[in-house]
Design a protein around this ligand. Structure first.
Ligand SMILES: [Cu+2]
Length: 146
């Protein structure tokens, strides 16, 4: 008799604590969307290297500026303890498509070469149903290709 109600209480506590995080996220959304533009330097070997920190729910920096036609190497470092994230860059016109999962606490390096100038969205499409997606919680940014 006792087991079922106790489990329900446990689950509802989790849902409640996840929901209670939302107001904080709404605040940080404003800040993350207005992050300062970061021009990624070109190293001696011609590679544009930078490190991006993934947190719940943000990228830092989140506005990256790179040059077209030169390889970009991004080190994606997750500082979360539980929540998995990903790093997606999509050009709707098809010139760029990057998608990389980054597990909690992990570091992954990705390389791609943008060919077309433009500004492309960066975002995390993970979501824990029925909560909004991480992108909706502010986990987004942009890649500006010049
Ligand atoms: Cu995420």
């Amino acid at each position: 008799m006792q087991k079922a109600p106790r489990r329900w209480l446990y689950l509802s506590t989790i849902v409640w604590s996840l929901a209670s995080v939302s107001p904080t996220i709404a605040d940080s959304t404003e800040a993350s969307q207005s992050g300062p533009p970061t021009m990624i330097p070109i190293a001696a070997d011609g590679v544009q290297r930078a490190t991006v920190t993934l947190d719940s729910y943000s990228y830092a920096p989140n506005h990256l500026i790179v040059e077209a036609g030169k390889p970009v190497e991004l080190t994606l470092t997750s500082v979360t303890t539980i929540i998995p994230h990903n790093f997606i860059i999509k050009d709707p016109a098809g010139s760029l498509s990057v998608e990389q999962d980054v597990s909690a606490g992990k570091t992954v390096t990705i390389t791609f070469t943008p060919t077309q100038p433009g500004t492309f969205p960066i975002y995390c499409d993970k979501r824990l149903w029925p909560l909004p997606s991480h992108r909706d919680k502010g986990m987004e940014g942009k890649l500006e290709v010049r």
